[in-house]
Design a protein around this ligand. Structure first.
Ligand code: ZN
Length: 459
């Protein structure tokens, strides 16, 4: 099957130019001017539109048990929403319940995804309990296409690991071509502060922010950097939320530590005042780390623009307001932590292009190319190159949308961005040469997403 995308403005992390893209089967086979193709070619006119490589979201929590409940999107609804937002690859976290082996957990998640996923998907392993048998499983992960492991420095009494576990996992990661990702917050400090808040009767959502302040995140970020430095391992910090943590990343990079930072779309938009919205609405903004003070979003835009942070992920961790967020109506520590964002990620990061905060190329780099490189998917994903998978987004830079819950496809009863007006939308999306989204509606076949066996981290 042939597909020709004509006259689009192609944008990669490096270049912007007008050209045709020819797709044969699942791959890009030619990029050039006035390409001639067989008569039965499907032709899409992209005049006046941008053509981006499909988004790569390395931080999602689909169909995931957490805090006594389960995220609201499964692999069907979550990946359809991703596709409609211009994302064609995700890497989902596979939480290790204590007592279970890594392979057992990965098998469980794989069974949940197969026959449902609308886009391609990979998995991150996660360790909460480093027993000897779990340690022995680490070396086998790359052979099943899993080349990253997440560790939590927060959530004392649940997923938090100690420094010994961090060092041992970092050492094993270097030996096996695996990248360690850390949730960097000092879990002992956050836990203590939470208990003090509750004892003082501070139970409202706004105390989510004051019980885990920026220095709690910055301390763990600095510690992760130091431990990685000790064993000469790379380390990736998920969901960096504030200047204090970015400064620790810059400091470590300055002395040669290979530490990489990701932020999430919501840190570019919201601040602690959103946690204090009327009624219990603030619970919608209870994600971790929390929204920071009102000066931080502008700082975070600069951090992604200047390269201090390299990836914008969604941390899509959707819980319904009704019935899930309300579990914490009397105690903010019981509000399930997380927010939806898999569909909004590209649209809202792109607003930085409209505002002059990001170049087009930097935008593509943040949401597609660099995550593909860091997580072993490049150049199959994250580029518009001959031989790459034909995962393409045709983007209309003049289309407008007032974002509302019904305008999105996520299976969750709210969006953080309700009522915000944006310019620039994904219109048509292809996954390995198949058109799966037209006019921002899913037209693909559920289950056609494939498991992504990822290569080892290099660099
Ligand atoms: Zn997360």
């Amino acid at each position: 099957m042939h597909l020709l995308i004509k006259n689009g403005t192609l944008v990669t992390a490096a270049d912007t130019f007008i050209a045709d893209v020819e797709v044969e089967g699942e791959h890009i086979v030619r990029v050039g001017q006035d390409l001639q193709t067989p008569d039965d070619t499907r032709v899409i006119d992209a005049t006046g539109k941008y053509v981006f490589p499909g988004g790569v979201d390395p931080h999602t929590h689909l169909d995931t048990p957490s805090q006594g409940t389960t995220t609201a999107d499964d692999y069907l609804t979550g990946t359809i929403a991703a596709a409609c937002g211009g994302t064609t690859s995700i890497v989902n976290f596979c939480f290790q319940q204590k007592g279970k082996g890594l392979n057992e957990v990965l098998d469980h998640f794989a069974a949940r995804a197969v026959d449902k996923a609308a886009i391609d998907y990979g998995f991150h392993a996660m360790i909460s309990d480093l027993t000897e048998s779990v340690f022995d499983e680490i070396s086998g992960l790359p052979s099943r296409g899993v080349t990253s492991i997440k560790l939590f420095m927060a959530y004392r009494g649940a997923n938090m690991v100690d420094d010994r576990t961090i060092v041992r996992t970092l050492e094993a990661s270097v030996d096996n071509g695996i990248l360690v990702m850390v949730h960097a917050e000092n879990g002992d400090a956050a836990d203590l502060l939470q208990q003090q808040h509750l004892r003082a009767g501070k139970i409202a959502p706004k105390y989510h922010a004051t019980s885990r302040p920026p220095r709690v995140e910055a301390e763990a970020t600095a510690r992760a950097a130091a431990l990685a430095e000790v064993v000469n391992a790379p380390v990736y910090v998920v969901h960096v939320s504030c200047m204090e943590a970015v400064e620790e990343i810059q400091r470590a990079r300055g002395r040669g530590v290979n530490i990489m930072g990701e932020t999430c779309t919501h840190y570019l938009y919201f601040d602690e005042r959103d946690l204090d919205r009327a009624g219990f609405e603030g619970a919608k903004y209870v994600y971790t780390p929390p929204p920071r003070n009102k000066h931080q979003p502008a700082y975070m835009w600069r951090a992604i623009s200047n390269g201090s942070l390299r990836v914008v992920a969604s941390d899509h961790c959707p819980f319904n307001f009704e019935g899930q967020k309300t579990l914490g109506a009397e105690d903010f520590t019981l509000i399930p932590n997380g927010a939806p964002g898999i569909e909004e990620r590209l649209m809202f990061t792109y607003q930085g292009v409209n505002d002059g905060r990001l170049t087009l190329n930097r935008f593509v780099d943040l949401v597609s190319t660099t995550p593909a490189k860091i997580f072993g998917l490049y150049p199959r994903k994250g580029s518009i190159a001959i031989g790459s998978d034909a995962d393409l987004v045709i983007w209309n830079p003049t289309a407008e949308l007032t974002v509302t819950k019904p305008a999105l496809h996520q299976n969750v009863d709210y969006t953080l961005y309700e009522g915000k007006q944006i310019v620039g939308l994904p219109e048509t999306v292809t996954l390995r040469g198949q058109v799966i989204v037209e006019n921002r509606q899913y037209v693909g076949t559920p289950g056609s997403g494939r498991f992504l066996a990822r290569n080892s981290y290099v660099g």
